[in-house]
Design a binder for this molecule. Structure first.
Ligand SMILES: Nc1ncnc2c1ncn2[C@@H]1O[C@H](COP(=O)(O)OP(=O)(O)OP(=O)(O)O)[C@@H](O)[C@H]1O
Length: 267
């Protein structure tokens, strides 16, 4: 499904009553079946963008359409995975994964079968009866991924899903996600702070400016698929990394200066 974002502006009301312009003039089309990474400094509005596309928030102004229909009305076209997995601690892995279909009224037999397939596909076979507290952070993130994939929505929104994982687990999860994407070709929007991650996973990297976030440049990642972690040491990967790094460096500096100014004003 094509996601068209036109001139989106998002103004948040902060607790002290002042206004924060999170996004301003954000325009981009996320094309069907492509993996788009959104890369930008802290606070530039990446999560806000994902929430608007997912229909969780409505933009202050501008238009977001999914295959021509308003994103708010097309909320059911997407499913979101966050950094904090928000699993139900009192439900087993199987019952966490089967939760969405259960709410949708799917029979127990059918949803259990689907959940088992998804649990296998994210490498958790044998852990169906475990509870979230008995799993590592990486395993919990796999459950969250399976719980999203079972919904079989055409759009997958991922907001720093691997941000809290250790380096090795992150690599394993990235490879797993590559395999799943290459098999299913959903439309993916993946928010990240990591240049490496954006290039390894994405067909394009949408580099944002410091807040108010708008697009600085869209980098096309023409590395072949299937991809694997070994690609990060190739010259082609290095050239893309340098390009993205130069684009993002000034924006990160700007964002840090602004944060320091706010901290100074509050002290
Ligand atoms: N619900 C909200 N109410 C008020 N302000 C908000 C809300 N959500 C986000 N903001 C503010 O909007 C700005 C953009 O936030 P957002 O979380 O979208 O940025 P981000 O790029 O995802 O940040 P990070 O990389 O640090 O997660 C920030 O200044 C944030 O404090």
């Amino acid at each position: 499904m094509n996601i068209s974002v036109e001139n989106v502006r998002q103004v948040w009301q902060s607790r002290d009553g002042s206004e924060v312009v999170a996004l301003d003039g954000f325009t981009h089309t996320f094309q069907s079946g492509r993996f788009s990474c959104i890369l930008g400094p802290s606070g530039c509005g990446k999560s806000t963008m994902a929430q608007i596309v997912g229909g969780i928030e409505t933009a202050t102004s501008g238009n977001v359409t999914i295959d021509g229909a308003h994103a708010g009305k097309k909320g059911s076209a997407s499913v979101m995975v966050w950094q904090s997995q928000n699993l139900f601690p009192w439900r087993s892995v199987l019952d966490n994964v089967a939760f969405g279909p259960e709410m949708a009224g799917m029979s127990r037999r059918e949803r259990t079968e689907r959940a088992r397939e998804l649990i296998n596909s994210v490498g958790l076979k044998g852990f169906e009866r475990h509870y979230p507290s008995q799993l590592s952070g990486g395993m919990r993130q796999r459950v969250a991924l399976a719980r999203a994939l079972i919904m079989d929505r055409p759009i997958l929104l991922m907001d720093e899903p691997f941000g809290a994982l250790d380096a090795q687990t992150k690599i394993v999860m990235q490879e797993e996600l590559l395999r799943i994407f290459e098999a299913t070709r959903k439309t993916v929007i993946f928010v990240t702070h990591s240049i490496d991650e954006a290039i390894l996973l994405g067909d394009e990297v949408v580099v944002m400016t410091a807040r108010p976030g708008r697009i600085k440049e869209v980098l096309q990642v023409d590395l072949p698929r299937p991809r694997s972690i070994e690609m990060v040491s190739t010259p082609a990967f290095g050239a893309l990394f340098d390009r993205a790094f130069h684009l993002i460096r000034d924006e990160v500096t700007k964002a840090m200066q602004e944060q320091n100014a706010v901290a100074g004003a509050l002290s």
